[in-house]
Design a protein around this ligand. Structure first.
Ligand SMILES: [Zn+2]
Length: 333
């Protein structure tokens, strides 16, 4: 008697991918996603990145010099909701390894020195409390005094509710900080990353000389769900996205993450009177064109001079004198 036994190998199931894209649901290796600057290799969805990762992506290697890392929030209102505010801050510090929702310092981006401020959405939703406002103010002062451009990467849910009115006052403070930068004539560039909403979007983030965003970033004052529920109206397609904001003229460009560093570097060179790499290349080829024209004119002059000399020689020996002048004239072009 023969018996048939079917054995299902446990490892016959397709291996679960290390990472699954929240947008297209396709899998990838974590190392590939990280190497791709945390952009989905399949669909180009831009993941949120921490402030440290952002600094590493934007600043030139070893150029970032952190400033004011020890400015910490007090608990002015002794605020308690489900948890005490200081406990929430401590948890956020443990989770992110940061002291606050913004990291500030000086750096070079694609060779241009600047003051760099980077917000971290992972720290209490990138909310703007007194420390975020104060550090941004110090960045503005430094940029103004040193004549450096200020670059800010903004990603925030808005005000920090636990600091109440003191948090809302940061909108006025950071707006004045932008004035300080403007009055000093220092350039100000903001990069808006998903999500950039509330008090940050309604203050310094939107006041830059050049305001750019990452693809697909949500940029609005309130979230689309809140607005839809309040107005009880369907929202237009693409409401609040970076692409829609660009169409409406609220942004200067939507720039993919892998081009951000070069693009910001270009802006910094242009704003301080330098040239972008593209323009440099165009000028070089224009110059090459000019040299080509000059060469052609010289060749033509030589040919004409030679022709004139031959004609003079033909006219007779007495015309030899002008013919001798011809080589001298050749040198002129
Ligand atoms: Zn994807």
């Amino acid at each position: 008697m023969s018996v048939t036994v079917e054995i299902e190998r446990k490892d016959s199931q397709p291996a679960r991918p290390e990472w699954v894209c929240p947008s297209c649901k396709r899998g990838a290796r974590s190392a590939d996603v990280s190497a791709n600057l945390f952009v989905c290799p399949s669909c180009g969805h831009h993941l949120r990145v921490s402030a440290r990762e952002r600094v590493a992506q934007l600043a030139d290697r070893d150029s970032f010099d952190e400033l004011w890392p020890t400015v910490r929030t007090l608990d002015p209102l002794e605020f308690v909701d489900l948890e005490a505010y200081p406990d929430r801050v401590r948890e956020a510090q443990a989770k992110t390894g940061l002291d606050e929702a913004i990291v500030t310092g000086t750096a070079t981006i694609d060779g241009s020195a600047c003051v760099l401020a980077v917000m971290d959405f992972g720290f209490l939703g990138g909310s703007m409390g007194s420390v975020v406002g104060e550090k941004l103010w110090r960045c503005a002062e430094l940029a103004a005094v040193e004549g450096l451009p200020l670059v800010a990467v903004c990603s925030s849910g808005g005000a920090r509710m636990q600091e109440g009115i003191l948090s809302l006052m940061q909108m006025a403070k950071t707006t004045c900080a932008v004035d300080v930068v403007n009055e000093a004539g220092s350039p100000f560039v903001t990069i808006l990353a998903d999500p950039c909403t509330g008090g940050v979007m309604a203050s310094f983030a939107a006041l830059a000389d050049i305001c750019i965003a990452e693809p697909g970033a949500l940029l609005s004052f309130s979230g689309p769900r809140v607005i839809a529920e309040t107005t009880r109206e369907p929202l237009p397609e693409g409401f609040g996205t970076a692409e829609r904001n660009l169409e409406l003229g609220h942004l200067d460009a939507v720039v993919p993450r892998n081009e951000l560093k070069a693009r910001v570097g270009s802006y910094l060179r242009l704003l301080k009177g330098g040239d972008s790499p593209e323009r440099r290349t165009a000028r070089r080829s224009r110059d090459r064109g000019k040299r080509g024209l000059a060469q052609a004119a010289a060749d033509r002059a030589r040919a004409l001079a030679a022709l004139a000399r031959r004609s003079s020689l033909r006219r007779g020996r007495e015309a030899a004198e002008p013919a001798q002048e011809a080589p001298a004239r050749e040198e002129t072009p």
